[in-house]
Structures are given as structure tokens and as C-alpha cells.
Design a protein around this ligand. Structure first.
Ligand code: P6P
Length: 345
């Protein structure tokens, strides 16, 4: 066979738009179906709407804690409520999504019971809202699940599926630039798209993200040290030990926004951990719309996602807003954490 690659085969796809990437089936099945393409395009449209609000947050009085009115005297919604409203509005427009489970809503929001609505979306519309007022990166997290039986009225139970059943997952990070990172699973890979505000498009910037086997950074809120179980304290001391042969101590990095800490860990390797502790015996982070989407993404990128003693994606949910311990990262680093949690170390 000729070793002369065609121009297209040889050339990188960096620089094509998110829409082209999906429409040309590069995100694999089921993204290549019209319905799914539409949902992903709607989410990227919502990302543009939210970006514009996030970038102006400090100017139009849309701050994390204000309940005040803005300069026009309008009642200001908190940015997370705005993000929730924007996502519900765009997802409800084309009747492809039957219902949404959101961190902002106690119950699911039914968008339509039309049998053509084949998908469900779980989401954290604005993760890290406590960081809005100090201009630190925040984000949106989403998972997309196939509706079991479109002939049956949708209910909260339809969302209570293990994360292995997700059709797709992704996040939007509102950082120094706005990025969408998404996947439909290991076979299609994990891909990042960066927003160019001068033309209003997301361009492929990080094709086929793969997490390093092992990293050199750990990310945990050390302020919780006194509340951790002894196994976590032992791991935290070990990771900081001076052992050059084993690449320790690891560097500490902690933003306090899951999307930012997870994104850095995905790109650079290492470990992010929010274990259970005396204050949060079930863990702090939410299973359906924080842990599962990131676990799906990390496993698709060759990483691991654990609750400390097993896969996040195998947890059988029982409640919409249930919490879980969450450990994300390079395979070697998550395995080491699990060894401490199971007493092997
Ligand atoms: P702590 C933000 O409030 C959040 O939900 C996640 O984005 C983040 O990882 C975590 O809480 C930070 O929690 O207790 O360290 O402030």
C-alpha cells in the first residue's frame, strides 16, 4: 500500500469546528445521529450564552451572592440560576431531550414526553459558583443518557442508572478561554474545543486527549485533613514524602472548582481526590452530574475514576442528588490511592 498519505489523512484535524467534527462522525456513534448532533450543538450554543454572562459577571452585577437588582432595576438571578435557565431553554427547543436533572432543581424538569425525545441530560449548570466573585475558573458539567422506553412517561427513576450506561459526557470550562471537552466513550476518544469569540465558534484544539499513566501533581483540599479517615491521612503524607526514586513529593494544586481541577489533571496527569470525611460521610460531590460525567471522560481518556475502593461508573444510584467520594486521575496514581484505602499500603 502506498505510504503516501492523502493530504486529508496526513493532516491534523486541529482547527475544525465542533459542529463539523460531530457532523462528520468523528465523535463516533451515537453522536453522528441527527438527534445527538442536535443536542451537542444545543449545549455548545448554551456554552456561548453562558460565556457571555460569565465574562460580564463583574460588570452587570451578576455576582455569585447578589440577590440585588441590576442597573436596569431588574431582579438579578444568580449566575448559576442563569446558566440553568439557559441550558433548559436551549435543550427544550428541539424536542430531543425528554427531561433534565440539574443540581439547581430539586426534581427533574420534564421538557417533553414526546416519544421522539430519546435522551435525558443530567447537569451541573455552573460548578464552582463560590469562585465567581473572585474571578476563578468555573464550569458546566453534563452527561447524556438514552431514555429506556420513550413510550413511558419520563420519571426520576429513568436517571438512576450506573454511569457505564451514559451515551456521552462533557464539560465546559470558563477559564482564560472557554473550552468544551466531550466524549461518547473510549472508542471515540476525548476531544477539546476552544471558543474563538471573534467568530463565535468552537475549534478543535485538543484532539484525542489521553491522560499520562502517572503524574506528579495531587489535588485535594488539605484543609479537610483533620476530618479525613486514617487511610487518607496516610496517603496524603505518603504523596508528600521526599522519595526521588518514586517521583515524590508530588506538587500540590487545588483551585476549588471541580471542572478546573479535573481538567488540569486530565491534561497533565496526577490525581484529584475529594474523599468522604467526618463532615461529608458520603463525600461532597454529586454522583449523577459531577462524578459520573467526569468518570466517563477520564476512563475514555485512559484514566481511572474511583470512589476509593471501586469504579464510580458501577455505582447504582438510588437518589437524584446523592453524593459520592470521587478520586480521578492517572491509572497508577488512582491505584496507589486505592491501595491505601484497602489497606494494601
Ligand atoms: P471545597 C465547588 O463548590 C464544588 O462543588 C466543586 O466544584 C469543588 O471541587 C468542591 O466543591 C470544592 O469543595 O470543600 O474544597 O471547597
Amino acid at each position: 500500500m502506498s505510504d503516501q498519505k492523502s493530504a486529508h489523512e496526513g493532516s491534523s484535524r486541529i482547527g475544525i469546528t465542533l459542529e463539523t467534527f460531530i457532523l462528520e462522525g468523528m465523535l463516533g456513534h451515537p453522536a453522528a445521529t441527527g438527534t445527538f448532533t442536535s443536542i451537542l450543538n444545543q449545549i455548545s450554543f448554551a456554552a456561548k450564552l453562558i460565556t457571555s454572562k460569565v465574562r460580564r459577571a463583574g460588570l452587570v452585577n451578576v455576582l455569585g451572592y447578589t440577590g440585588s437588582t441590576n442597573v436596569q432595576g431588574e431582579q438579578v438571578m444568580k449566575l448559576d440560576e442563569e446558566a440553568n435557565a439557559a441550558l433548559l431553554a436551549v435543550l427544550g427547543r428541539r424536542k430531543h431531550v425528554a427531561a433534565v436533572a440539574s443540581e439547581e432543581l430539586d426534581e427533574i424538569e420534564v421538557l417533553t414526553n414526546d416519544s421522539r425525545a430519546r435522551y435525558l441530560v443530567m447537569m451541573d449548570p455552573l460548578d464552582g459558583s463560590s469562585n465567581i466573585d473572585v474571578n476563578v475558573s468555573i464550569g458546566t458539567i453534563f452527561g447524556i443518557l438514552k431514555r429506556q422506553d420513550p413510550e413511558v412517561l419520563v420519571s426520576a427513576n429513568d436517571f438512576l442508572k450506573p454511569g457505564v450506561e451514559l451515551s456521552a459526557a462533557g464539560y465546559i470550562m470558563y477559564g482564560s478561554s472557554t473550552m468544551v471537552v466531550l466524549t461518547t466513550g473510549k472508542a471515540s476518544g476525548v476531544h477539546g474545543f476552544t471558543y474563538d469569540p471573534t467568530c463565535g465558534e468552537f475549534f478543535l484544539s485538543h484532539e484525542n486527549i489521553k491522560i499520562p499513566e502517572k503524574g506528579s501533581t495531587y489535588s485535594i483540599n488539605e484543609g479537610n485533613h483533620a476530618k479525613w479517615p486514617d487511610e487518607v491521612k496516610k496517603w496524603a503524607n505518603w504523596i508528600k514524602d521526599d522519595n526521588k526514586a518514586e517521583g515524590r513529593p508530588y506538587g500540590g494544586r487545588y483551585v476549588g472548582t471541580l471542572v478546573a481541577d479535573a481538567h488540569r489533571t486530565l491534561l497533565k496527569g496526577g490525581i484529584f481526590a475529594y474523599p468522604a470525611d467526618k463532615k461529608s460521610p458520603e463525600g461532597k460531590l454529586r454522583l449523577l452530574y459531577e462524578a459520573n460525567p467526569f468518570a466517563f471522560i477520564f476512563e475514555a481518556a485512559g484514566g481511572k475514576a474511583s470512589h476509593g475502593k471501586g469504579r464510580i461508573l458501577e455505582i447504582q444510584p438510588t437518589k437524584l442528588h446523592q453524593r459520592t467520594p470521587l478520586i480521578l486521575g492517572s491509572p497508577r496514581d488512582v491505584e496507589a490511592f486505592e491501595d491505601f484505602m484497602t489497606g494494601k499500603r
